[in-house]
Design a protein around this ligand. Structure first.
Ligand code: IMP
Ligand code: MG
Length: 180
């Protein structure tokens, strides 16, 4: 059952997008991706930590052959983007001639992906697309566009379904938003 309020450290969050709504949308994205790729098995590259829940659901929503790999970057502290993007850990996967789908939890300013995309392109993939659970169009500062977006949301801090506040709240099955 959805909790009516969640308090993490010093902040209180209220329900925003239910697990049912999320699940239906992820199924739609999975179907769209399955149609677009057909018999060209894509390689999903999920960016840890935030995207692991979305990636797991999206991956299972694919009706086609596909592979998945995970990389770790970091660019976020507290509730505003601080910017300092660290380089990718764990990108040993062979990307040459693969159809890559980068999976993110949220595109906020776009800084993380704009820094990471060149690393991907350098490795000679056949194509690169972006799937993100959330985008905050009003926060975007870099020229990054998602090909598959779960939900466009206002520029407010959200929690749950993989997204955290200082490491907590990722295990909430619904999405919450900062109260007030
Ligand atoms: P960007 O580089 O500014 O696009 O920030 C992307 C990263 O910031 C995401 O992968 C998240 O980890 C984090 N982030 C941005 N907005 C939120 C939010 O509302 N809640 C939790 N994490 C967020
Ligand atoms: Mg993240």
């Amino acid at each position: 059952m959805t909790q009516l309020e969640v308090t993490v450290l010093d902040k209180t969050f209220v329900p925003f997008i239910s697990r049912e709504t999320i699940s239906a949308r992820v199924e739609e994205l999975g179907e769209a991706i399955s149609k677009d790729y057909g018999d060209e098995p894509p390689l999903m590259i999920a960016i840890l930590n935030g995207s692991f829940i979305f990636a797991a659901d999206l991956f299972r929503a694919l009706k086609i052959n596909a592979t998945i790999s995970f990389v770790k970057l970091a660019s976020y502290k507290g509730t505003t983007s601080t910017g300092s993007v660290i380089t990718a850990i764990g990108l040993e996967e062979q990307l040459k001639d693969r159809h890559v789908i980068i999976v993110e939890d949220i595109i906020d300013t776009g800084k993380t992906l704009s820094a990471f995309l060149p690393e991907i392109h350098q490795r000679g993939p056949a194509s690169v697309k972006i799937a993100t659970f959330l985008t905050k169009p009003d926060a975007l500062q870099y020229d990054v566009r998602a090909d598959y977006t779960g939900f466009e949301i206002a520029n407010r801090f959200v929690l749950g379904y993989g997204l955290d506040y200082d490491g907590f709240g990722r295990n909430l099955p619904d999405l919450y938003v900062l109260k007030g």
